[in-house]
Design a protein around this ligand. Structure first.
Ligand code: MG
Ligand code: MG
Length: 247
């Protein structure tokens, strides 16, 4: 679906709330803090900005954000897990403003982390930006995944295949799916007005994942570390605009 400039303006507002959630969570996350406390930080930002969480209640999800430490890939439920020095933590946030969604994720170091953890985060973020760089009018959708995969494979890491990016607008998850790999076909052409959440998940080891008994938490099958970076990006006449950055 193609969004009008007025709709994209609303999504920009939602995106800025998400960016503020990121900023405040980054500032609060340190050794000794629980992931439930970070969920509280996110809820305060949402309340202050009169926004709603995209995640709370989504298919029964019980929190405002997802918090996924270390070998957890995505969809972790905030709770009594206490962050430790050397952890990496993936945080995914979504906000609804005026009926439109913003969705973005990042992975951060908790104190000093191992060089390979640092490298994993750098590669995943670079892969996200390589994908964003493919959002050009007339380009094919799946060039995004091809660009993401190239960055990850060059680094000797693995792209998660079970979870993908997505269109976003009045629903958090809209068509099309945006794989983080080349799916064997080019897909539709990108046009001005398309808004996508691009979100590579990258494992330091092998790609396969397992869902835990809580029905949400996804971990790497081999126990290796995983990172996740995501932005909501609109294709404007001037090129890609990342909506989930601070204004
Ligand atoms: Mg997300
Ligand atoms: Mg998403």
């Amino acid at each position: 679906m193609r969004r009008s400039p007025e709709e994209i303006a609303k999504m920009r507002r939602a995106g800025r709330v998400v960016a503020e959630m990121h900023e405040r969570i980054r500032a609060a996350a340190r050794p000794g803090v629980t992931t439930a406390e970070l969920d509280g930080v996110a809820r305060r930002v949402l309340a202050e900005r009169q926004a709603r969480s995209s995640f709370l209640g989504y298919r029964g999800f019980p929190a405002a954000i997802c918090t996924s430490p270390n070998d957890m890939v995505v969809h972790g439920i905030p709770g009594d897990y206490r962050l430790e020095e050397g952890d990496i933590l993936s945080v995914d946030c979504g906000a609804i403003v005026a009926g439109y969604h913003g969705d973005a994720a990042f992975t951060m170091a908790i104190g000093a982390v191992a060089p390979q953890a640092r490298r994993l985060m750098e590669v995943t973020e670079a892969a996200l930006w390589a994908g964003i760089g493919q959002m050009e009018d007339g380009n094919r959708l799946n060039e995004i995944g091809r660009a993401v995969e190239e960055v990850v494979e060059k680094a000797g890491m693995s792209v998660v295949r079970e979870y993908v990016g997505h269109g976003i607008g009045t629903a958090m998850h809209e068509d099309p799916q945006v794989p983080n790999y080349w799916p064997g076909r080019p897909g539709p052409r990108l046009k001005v007005g398309h808004v996508l959440a691009i979100e590579p998940m990258v494992n330091l080891g092998q790609a396969p994942t397992v869902t835990l008994a809580d029905g949400w938490s996804v971990v790497t099958a081999d126990g290796s570390l995983s990172a996740h970076f995501e932005h909501t990006v609109a294709l404007t006449p001037a090129g890609p605009e990342v909506l989930t950055l601070a204004g």
